[in-house]
Ligand binder design. Structure first.
Ligand code: HEC
Length: 155
């Protein structure tokens, strides 16, 4: 019994590590990406910050808040992270529909929980969406909603 619990714990830890790896791999390319993954995915997944759209100053405050909560890095590293966040999740930043996590799609695009789930299931099953036409055809998503948000979506 104890052994089974131990194995279950190992499997759970391995799955959690794989999920964290996927989360890091889906962060947008650019300077500061690896650092942001290392520092900012230590306590929670990327949804916490990817669902936000903030200006540089607000990102600076958010990162300072995380340092208060225990995020580790030098001041120079934190500056690099702020620049990365401001560049990729700034006020008008589009949603990268093929790599965005649940919280980002739902919050930034205003999709319902059901629509967001439908999109993630489609993406996982069929692979990346190529264009708006693909997105309009996802079962469970209202095509009119896609059209209304097309300026905020990139593939
Ligand atoms: C030492 C742990 C820890 C680290 C490392 C960490 N955070 Fe957090 N973060 C938290 C906690 C705790 C919360 C609040 C609970 C939750 O939503 O998970 C949070 C929440 C957030 C939120 C939601 C807003 C809020 O204030 O609740 C954002 C945005 C965020 N973190 C961004 C970041 C960024 C960016 C980094 C990297 C610089 C980072 N976090 C690193 C612990 C951490």
């Amino acid at each position: 019994m104890l052994k089974r619990t131990f194995i279950a714990t190992l499997v759970f830890a391995a799955c959690a590590a794989a999920a964290a790896g996927d989360d890091a791999a889906r962060l947008p390319e650019g300077p500061g990406r690896e650092l942001t993954a290392r520092v900012c995915l230590a306590c929670h997944d990327s949804g916490n910050f990817r669902k936000a759209r903030l200006g540089a100053e607000a990102w600076e405050n958010s990162v300072a808040d995380m340092v208060e909560r225990g995020a580790k890095g030098t001041p120079a590293e934190m500056e690099t992270i702020v620049a990365y966040l401001a560049a990729n999740f700034g006020k008008d930043a589009a949603v990268r529909i093929n790599t965005a996590p649940f919280a980002e799609i739902k919050t930034v695009l205003g999709f319902t929980v059901a629509e967001t789930r439908a999109l993630l299931a489609y993406r996982d099953g069929k692979g990346p969406l190529r264009n708006l036409e693909d997105l309009r055809k996802v079962p469970g998503i209202d095509p009119a909603k896609v059209d209304a948000r097309k300026q905020r979506i990139v593939f």
